[in-house]
Design a protein around this ligand. Structure first.
Ligand code: GLU
Length: 376
């Protein structure tokens, strides 16, 4: 198996689990399946990978608990009914993850996101910091859309795209979509005998997107089209995405052993893609001038600390892109700043340990963290 299609070299993985895998038709959880998956996740972590779970299922569980399950399983709920179902089912869902991963001594944390939390730069930075801290502390974040407050216009609506956004935000190298189909086919395999399975895709072309339109997807809200859109987002951020059939027990172990799947392989590394995004795509909102010591530290790949800053200019807010210059106005780097202009002005030239006293809250030690900084 080529390294591009091997789960064992993944360091940071997002695993997306569709409702149809987690929940029986009658709204009960598939407990055996969940326990087996928890063992797979624990095994990935033991091999050194960080794992995030994007779990659907809140609405499917909640609608049964609320008695909204009568009629055909997929009777469309009104928006407020889905939101009520999600609010109810999410408690049960998070508890199930806590129980099952707890048996493998893996702590979990619940994160509920809206599309704005991943797109708005300040919220993006907050979500990224929190999830990053959880990963460092050895916790598995269990993530879902915050359905209660996400109205139609601002919803992801499907967790395929949410999973890709999380992968992008967290610089994951692999995003696994566990589905009820083992990948992408040239046509719908349930109706067309000539449909061929595609095992590797390098770019989401119009031809690939057209194939997705013809392939039946899972019973949830996703379908193959949203998976292809998720692949597009993932590839842009240097993350490979794999779609595989997750219905049997131990689907991640099976994938690691080479189970049938479609791998969307990325040419770039996540780190490179993120840095390209910071350096190229974003419009700078201000300038931070640094002294010679800080300029040297930046050249060695270190973070920018408030102590090395001599002036700030512009009207940037926390999370905005800024230019970093030396005393002669020469551009040294670009990055996402951890403080808004007013706070940055107050802490410039000061030691990181003084920040709390000056600002009245304990912010980040760095003015710009090295992960958010690109040399010019
Ligand atoms: N957020 C929804 C839920 O937990 C799932 C969306 C999806 O299935 O993609 O029920």
């Amino acid at each position: 198996m080529s390294t591009a299609r091997n789960l064992s070299n993944s360091k940071r993985i997002v695993v997306k689990i569709g409702s149809a895998l987690l929940v029986h038709d009658d709204g009960r959880l598939r407990a055996d399946w969940l326990d087996a998956l928890a063992q797979d996740i624990a095994a990935l972590r033991s091999s050194g990978a960080e794992v995030m779970i994007v779990s659907s299922g809140a609405i499917a569980i909640g609608r049964r608990l609320l008695g909204l399950a009568s009629g055909p399983r997929n009777r469309a709920l009104r928006l407020e009914e889905s939101q009520a179902a999600a609010a109810t089912g999410q408690v049960r869902l998070a508890h199930a993850w806590q129980e099952t991963l707890g048996q493998c001594d893996v702590p979990v944390a619940q994160i509920l996101l809206t599309i704005e939390d991943t797109e708005d730069r300040r919220r993006h930075l907050n979500a990224r910091n929190t999830i990053g801290t959880l990963l460092r502390l050895g916790v598995v974040p269990v993530i879902n859309e915050n359905d209660t407050i996400a109205t139609d216009e601002i919803r992801f609506g499907d967790n395929d795209r949410l999973a890709a956004r999380v992968a992008q935000m967290m610089g994951a190298d692999t995003c696994v979509i566990l589905s009820d189909i083992d990948g992408l086919y040239t046509a719908d395999p349930t109706v067309d005998d000539a449909a061929r399975h595609i095992s590797e895709v390098e770019a989401v072309t119009a031809e690939i997107a057209a194939m997705a339109g013809e392939t039946a997807g899972e019973d949830g809200s996703g379908g193959m089209i949203t998976k292809i859109e998720a692949a597009r987002v993932a590839l842009q951020s240097g993350c490979r995405l794999v779609i595989t059939d997750g219905r049997d027990l131990h689907p991640l172990a099976a994938l690691a052993d080479g189970a049938k799947a479609t791998w969307f392989v990325s040419q770039a590394e996540p780190h490179t893609a993120r840095k390209r995004w910071i350096a190229g795509t974003l419009k700078p909102e201000g300038t931070i001038t640094v002294d010679a010591g800080a300029a040297n530290a930046l050249a060695r790949g270190n973070s920018l600390l408030p102590a090395g800053v001599t002036a700030v200019d512009g009207s940037f807010e926390r999370g905005d892109p800024v230019i970093v210059c030396d005393g002669d106005g020469k551009e040294l780097a670009r990055g996402l700043v951890a403080y808004g202009r007013d706070d940055a002005q107050r802490i410039l030239g000061r030691q990181s340990g003084e920040i709390e006293n000056i600002l009245g809250y304990r912010g980040r030690e760095e003015m710009i963290h090295r992960d958010d900084l690109v040399e010019s």
